[in-house]
Design a protein around this ligand. Sequence first.
Ligand code: ATP
Length: 346
Amino acid sequence: MGSFLPDSSSYELLTVIGRGLDDLMTVNLARYRPTGIHVAIRRIDLESCTNDMVTYLQGELHVSKLFHHPSILPYKSVFIAENELWVITPFMAYGSARDLICTHFTDGMSELTISYILLGMLKALQYIHHMGYVHRSVKASHVLISADGQVCMSGLRSIFSLIRHGQRAKVVHDFPQYSVKVLPWLSPEVLQQNLQGYDSRSDIYSLGITAFILIKNYELSMKPSRSGADSGICEGPGAGGVRHSNGEPSSSSGGHPYNRTFSPHFHAFVELCLQRDPEKRPSATTLINHPFFKQIKRQPSEALPELLRPVSPITSFDSSQPQDSPSGLASLESGLSHLEVDDWDF
Ligand code: ATP
């Protein structure tokens, strides 16, 4: 993708495609003026961040420099523009897995589609764990899919290193901060916050929850009162029924979740990930070889765009959109009718 100047005037902000960090972060689609290439820019209002938050963000930026893997979203440039931290990343034109299940695959995705997404996630986790880190924020909004079907993991803000004073610790006791929305995805041992601590297997549990949600969009019925947190899976820009939806019925999903059947391998895979005892959960490396993935016969670049049809990646861009309009994406897809999601219950 080449290099990107650390200068805000080199970027034309187009429209808002996401928000995060308790709304302190806005994700913009933007055009890089020197080449015309489209990128996503994460803009964080530093004036509204506490000192602790800034330290947290520094940790994320440090890790992003260390990591180089095709399944992890790369940070192409990082700089301060006025009072904002700008992080330039490739634009992932299918958005996140959350966007996809909120706008089109409202009854869940097909098993084969899920297998491609989970395999991409596992490759990222295998690398992260091998590097001595626990991701701690594995969830559908942190899985992004590019126009050519590459699956990338993002969400490095909560990542935690097991390496202490040059030694790899067996467990972590630290509880991830600023991540209320991730609570429903966290493993029992992370939530328990007890002396036993947790390790990279906690990410495997969150992967199991992701699988479950991609099957049946389970969070539609997940109430804040029960989980203690609003996971916000289907809210905000990019998830309000505008992104990628082409107004067709969910014909490419596997049908209503309660009428669908899944292979025994898929059941076994999800069950393994969701073992309550972390010792019984396989590592990412072991899971990559699980028979569930034997159904994958083609490269994701060939298969995923086809499997995600009739959803199409955003490839036409309108620079006349207001920069902060959450509904800007709707105009990018003018002519496409919207799915109704108002009655979803959190
Ligand atoms: P939270 O605080 O909820 O954990 P976050 O701060 O981690 O959120 P992200 O989930 O990374 O923020 O980004 C919010 C949303 O913005 C994503 O779910 C996705 O819809 C969109 N988004 C982020 N980065 C990109 C990208 N590179 N390409 C396309 N869409 C993106």
